[in-house]
Design a protein. Structure first.
Length: 173
């Protein structure tokens, strides 16, 4: 027959992590989730949460282990971003600076009988209209080809103009 009140004895004794287990928790916290840590220690997830509340040194070691790896990864991310890795820069700005991406789609179907200059003006106007929306601009192939052709033509004209100026300069000497 049981003596005393419910909760006074009987049942499993409370699990207390040893110093060695606490060191393991700190080392593994960087790579394992709480359920995985509980499995590693051979206890239920709810028991591990109870231990975190009962044993401040376990909670401190768990947080220290998590913080260590987060700090290392963050340092590497910032370093890559500063070295010009565009993906790292975008990820950092989205997660740390609140940047968002939205899309502006520009289709050229309505441009069938329009000159390249008018198409380009419309594209630039669309971009300027959306300049404050942190937009990610997606252009269809026809628009991209038009822009590339215009750039190529303008570059060729610029080269011809430079060549003409050099020829004029040579003739003038």
């Amino acid at each position: 027959m049981k003596r005393g009140n419910q909760g006074d004895g009987g049942g499993r004794p409370m699990r207390v992590l040893t110093d060695e287990e606490i060191i393991k928790v700190e080392a593994l916290a960087s790579t394992l989730t709480i359920p995985q840590l509980a499995d590693y220690l051979g206890i239920e997830k709810s028991s591990f949460y109870s231990i975190l509340e009962r044993q401040p040194d376990v909670k401190r070691s768990y947080k220290k282990g998590k913080s260590f790896v987060i700090s290392n990864v963050a340092d590497n991310l910032v370093s890559k971003a500063q070295d010009g890795d565009t993906t790292a820069q975008m990820f950092f700005l989205k997660t740390q600076a609140g940047w968002k991406e939205s899309c502006v789609r520009i289709k050229t179907k309505q441009y069938k009988d329009r000159s390249d200059d008018l198409i380009l003006k419309d594209i630039i106007s669309s971009l300027l209209d959306n300049k404050d929306s942190d937009s990610d601009i997606h252009l269809d192939n026809q628009t991209l080809n038009t822009i590339n052709n215009l750039i190529k033509t303008k570059n060729e004209l610029s080269e011809l103009k430079d060549l003409k100026e050099r020829l004029d300069a040579l003739e003038g000497k």
